[in-house]
Design a protein around this ligand. Structure first.
Ligand SMILES: Cc1ncc(COP(=O)(O)O)c(C=O)c1O
Length: 427
């Protein structure tokens, strides 16, 4: 009898990567822990790619899903759907976008695809500005605005994409500048680019780059960009698929670190809101959302079961102030990891905010990415009972730490101890 791994390999695409030399089958979870098929327990610091936002098997979400599934699973957007309207109302209010309209999809990719459709139709332009080192999803349109060739398998595209500097603070041509000069240089680059293009539809950016290794510009960069974009009539799309819902601690949305000149025109979300149920969506000002002059639906977008899960999950998040918890526990965790990193020759930088923390690894004594060390630490952490993620530019050399937002201080300490040990094992 072949193993599940062999069966997976035989039937799945080669490009569907699995973590670990001996991939893990996760069979169940509770709180911040998951169990594998052999009954071994792990502390989960990755939440299925920042998606288990509140906790595994959160009773409130499970109950809402069960009750809704018992009533009706699907009706489609052709009929009124109470949970969808209720979640849209809450997301519209939380978004900070005036006169906001919300359209639900089933993934972040589809949310960004919708944002691109809206922006290009509204502006009658197929030019998009995106950030270097970005990731926005897996569809034909999303890979064409992804500034990271490890995740962009084709350059054929319906869009013309121009890449802007600024998403990566400590590498690249402006790395040695102070924060204010860094922003100035990136704005000058954007101005230069706009002077040489026709009329781009929008700039799309992740406030903190997720797949790119939890890198971000100094606070205020996108506000400075916003001022320039507005002069040219170019829209700002904030991709909040990883940064939304309070994960960054200080802010509910990542864009709020850049909110001096108002909210984005379009905001996209996914991952955490459904706690694993497939919800994505796009929020836009009514004039932008309503600019399409043909019908459009998503058969599964806004389905009652996922919406019931989203409502229960969002209520739990807000009622338990998990954003505050992310700020407090994340703050302690990052300090602890910085202290650990200071003792390791492999650690170039510990960065992030809230419960979105990256540890960039390099070959000792150099500035060179060290993907082998990142893989080794991932394995060693697993051995120690801790699941983490990795990411980062063209060489995957950044450890990504993004636990459920209900993480306790004791669990943060426990995870940090395992990480310290795992990092020691690579030097
Ligand atoms: C910032 C960002 N945007 C979009 C996506 C795509 O979301 P999905 O995988 O749900 O299609 C991701 C996924 O990792 C992401 O990190």
């Amino acid at each position: 009898m072949s193993s599940l791994h062999d069966r997976h390999r035989a039937v799945s695409p080669d490009w569907l990567a699995l973590y670990y030399k001996h991939p893990l089958e996760i069979t169940h979870g509770e709180g911040r822990h998951v169990w594998d098929a052999d009954g071994r327990r792990y502390l989960d610091f990755f939440g299925g790619i920042l998606t288990t936002m509140t906790a595994h098997a959160l009773p409130e979400v499970t109950k809402a899903v069960g009750e809704q599934a018992g009533r009706i699973i699907h009706s489609s957007t052709l009929y009124l759907n109470r949970p969808m309207v209720e979640l849209a109302e809450r997301v519209a209010t939380l978004s900070g976008i005036p006169d906001a309209r919300v359209f639900f999809t089933t993934s972040g990719t589809e949310a960004n695809d919708t944002a691109l459709l809206l922006a290009t139709a509204y502006r009658r332009s197929n030019q998009i500005l995106a950030m270097r080192n970005s990731y926005h999803g897996r569809s034909f349109s999303a890979v064409s605005i992804t500034g990271n060739n490890a995740w962009s398998p084709t350059s054929l595209s319906p869009l013309q994409t121009l890449y802007v500097h600024g998403g990566v603070r400590t590498r690249g041509p402006y790395a040695d500048l102070g924060d204010a000069e860094f922003i100035e240089a990136c704005v000058a680059d954007l101005e230069d680019l706009l002077g040489q293009t026709r009329t781009p539809a929008a700039l799309i950016a992740e406030p903190i780059q997720g797949v790119g290794g939890f890198t971000s510009p100094p606070d205020g960069l996108y506000a400075a960009f916003r001022r320039v974009l507005e002069r040219h009539g170019v829209l700002w799309i904030s991709d909040e698929v990883q940064t939304g819902w309070g994960r960054t601690g200080e802010h509910f949305w990542g864009w709020q670190a850049h909110g001096q000149n108002g909210p984005p025109d379009i905001l996209t979300f996914a991952k955490g809101i459904g706690n694993g149920m497939s919800i994505g969506g796009v929020v836009a000002r009514a004039d932008v959302m309503n600019c399409l002059d043909a019908n459009s639906i998503s058969t599964f977008g806004g389905s009652p079961v996922t919406m019931a899960a989203g409502l229960a999950n969002l209520s739990y998040l807000l009622e338990h102030d998990l954003q505050g918890n992310a700020r407090r526990v994340g703050g302690l965790l990052i300090e602890r990891l910085r202290a650990i990193g200071a003792g390791s020759e492999c650690v170039r930088e510990v960065r992030g905010r809230g419960l979105m923390i990256g540890i960039e690894l390099v070959k000792p004594g150099t500035d060179e990415a060290h993907p082998e060390a990142a893989s080794a630490v991932l394995e060693a952490a697993r051995e120690g009972g801790l699941l983490i993620g990795k990411g980062g530019g063209h060489n995957t050399s950044v450890l990504r730490i993004a636990p459920p937002l209900s993480l306790t201080i004791t669990e943060a300490e426990e995870g940090a101890k395992v990480l310290a040990e795992a990092l020691r094992s690579v030097g």
